[in-house]
Design a protein around this ligand. Structure first.
Ligand code: THU
Length: 146
């Protein structure tokens, strides 16, 4: 099990946010998923002209992780966001839908995942656990999968 380095996760999320496709909101989000062997899988938000089809950065990163067969190996997540062209420092925390998506990895892996949140710039990191962000979650456990 590799050490969780919140700063490294935030920096990887920031790098990923450079590839945000967000021409409608102009709000760039990046996410970095840490796996138990130290691998980081990143994602950025991916918007669509049909706005409601847009995908969040966390969802993109976790879909990439799942498509590599590694959803149960997730040990931590970092997310950052901010308005394009600004150096926003306020930490961005995952939207409600993404919390539910993160919970899939958390319950499969049997961890209460740490979630580190940052802004597009600055040193502030807000640290949560998924159970703080999504208490009494419904998930694969309820369906008898784990
Ligand atoms: N967004 C994310 O990527 N993750 C979140 O947790 C919050 C919101 C994206 C969706 C949309 O592309 C933009 O941020 C503005 O809502």
């Amino acid at each position: 099990m590799s050490e969780v380095n919140p700063r490294a996760l935030i920096e990887a999320a920031r790098a990923a946010s450079k590839h945000a496709y967000a021409p409608y909101s102009n709000f760039a989000v990046g996410a970095a998923v840490l796996l138990s062997d130290g691998t980081m899988v990143t994602g950025a938000n991916f918007e669509n002209a049909s706005y409601g089809l847009s995908l969040c950065a966390e969802t993109v990163a976790l879909a990439k992780t799942s498509s590599e067969g590694r959803l149960a190996e997730v040990v931590a997540i970092g997310v950052i966001g901010g308005r394009m062209g600004h150096a926003d420092t306020a930490p961005v925390s995952p939207c409600g839908r993404c919390r539910q998506i993160i919970n899939e990895a958390a319950q499969l892996g049997g961890h209460d995942l740490p979630v580190f949140c940052g802004g597009a710039a600055g040193d502030e990191i807000a640290a949560y656990t998924l159970s703080q962000l999504l208490p009494a979650a419904f998930g694969p456990r309820d369906l008898g999968m784990v």
